[in-house]
Design a protein around this ligand. Structure first.
Ligand SMILES: Nc1ncnc2c1ncn2[C@@H]1O[C@H](COP(=O)(O)OP(=O)(O)OP(=O)(O)O)[C@@H](O)[C@H]1O
Ligand SMILES: [Mg+2]
Length: 341
């Protein structure tokens, strides 16, 4: 058995300290939100139009891999519309009754943010269809033949849903959103701007070359950029007097982030496909078992990045390493987790 690979950069069980750090760096307005020009332009028009007509904006779905700014955008939507925002999440809504309680407590014009909306229960999803369309729900009372439904009017609200897996949303739910924002991985220039902004907010003076190096290793993801920045800050603090670029390289080496920005779990996936499964194809669950990771993490976090980097491909028969992926796996001899494979 291989040991599960705890991913220090993407660990979903973030500590309170990390959450506070994320919160402090979260842009509060669309103007402050770096990159994603397409989505920003679309949201600007949508929010502006709603403001002109003094109505709640259409329901909005924010779709994209973790750490690209979905939660950030949801709170920006609240701020830009000047409306109160209420946070909930799919896993917290397991019964229709949970959702009924949230919906019936909404005040007119409120923004309801449901994170990980693809993880809501079926029954709650169905209740949401009606709520989104008609601002009404039917509450079932009683059971069996004597059951009846009582309609309940809701205050008009804007639903903002976030999902890392828009493909898992049932079509009727997806179709009820007036607009779906597809967040893309960030280009290095934009990540550099994210980093420059974060460094300024943290009171760090870091040379542009060092920020550029960090940006190119941040997997197109602001959350990772910010976390790496924190590791570099630590390194520079401990090794006072070192140059920033040296600090970036040393800190990333220490935390197992390679030149292409692949971290331990990315490399474990790539190595497993390349070496253990002879380049593939290999099915997702086999791959997950081989490296001791959740299939879900591999599918929503690791794969989109490796596919985008042209290192692996997806075929109907499973995942395969591309020639570039094979080269990367062969060249990278530092993989510590390979020992057990
Ligand atoms: N466009 C951006 N400009 C500046 N900072 C950003 C941007 N997008 C995200 N960030 C920063 O990245 C961090 C992660 O963003 P956020 O929590 O919004 O991601 P998410 O898409 O909700 O991720 P998850 O799917 O894991 O919930 C935040 O600290 C935020 O400050
Ligand atoms: Mg989020």
């Amino acid at each position: 058995m291989t040991e599960p690979i705890g991913d220090p950069l993407l660990d979903p069980g973030a500590t309170a300290d990390e959450l506070a750090f994320e919160g402090a760096l979260r842009p509060a307005s669309l103007a402050e939100f770096v990159g994603q020009p397409k989505v920003k332009g679309q949201l600007e028009v949508l929010l502006h139009a709603a403001r002109l007509q003094d109505r709640a904006p259409d329901h909005i779905l924010l779709a994209g891999p973790p750490g690209l700014g979905k939660t950030t955008l949801a709170s920006i939507i609240g701020a830009e519309t000047g409306r109160p925002i209420r946070y909930s999440s799919g896993p917290a809504i397991q019964h229709a009754g949970d959702l009924a309680a949230v919906l019936s407590a909404l005040v007119p014009g409120e923004v309801l943010f449901i994170d990980e909306i693809h993880r809501m229960s079926r029954a709650a999803e169905e209740m949401l269809y009606l709520a989104m369309e008609d601002f009404r729900i039917d509450i079932m009372v009683g059971k069996g033949a004597g059951a009846s439904s009582i309609p309940l009017e809701l205050a008009p609200f804007t639903l903002v849903g976030a999902t890392t897996r828009s493909g898992m949303l049932p079509a009727p739910l997806r179709d009820r959103f007036g607009f779906t924002a597809h967040l893309e991985f960030y280009v290095a220039d934009d990540l550099e701007r994210v980093l420059a902004r974060s460094a300024r907010l943290l009171g760090l003076e870091i040379e542009p070359a060092a920020l550029g190096e960090l940006a190119s290793r941040s997997r197109g993801t602001p959350r990772i950029a910010n976390r790496l920045l924190r590791r570099v800050r630590d390194w520079l603090l401990v090794h006072a007097g070192s140059s920033d670029l040296e600090g970036v390289r040393a800190a990333l080496e220490l935390y197992d982030v390679d030149e292409a920005g692949l971290d331990r779990i990315d490399r474990a996936v790539l190595h497993a496909i390349a070496h253990r499964f002879g380049g593939g194809p290999v099915g997702l669950s086999t791959l997950a078992a081989a490296i001791g990771e959740e299939a879900d993490t591999i599918e929503s976090v690791v794969e989109p990045f490796l596919v985008r980097e042209g290192l692996i491909g997806r075929t109907p028969r499973g995942r395969v390493a591309t020639p570039a992926g094979m080269r990367h796996a062969r060249a990278d001899m530092r993989e510590p987790t390979l020992d057990g494979l």
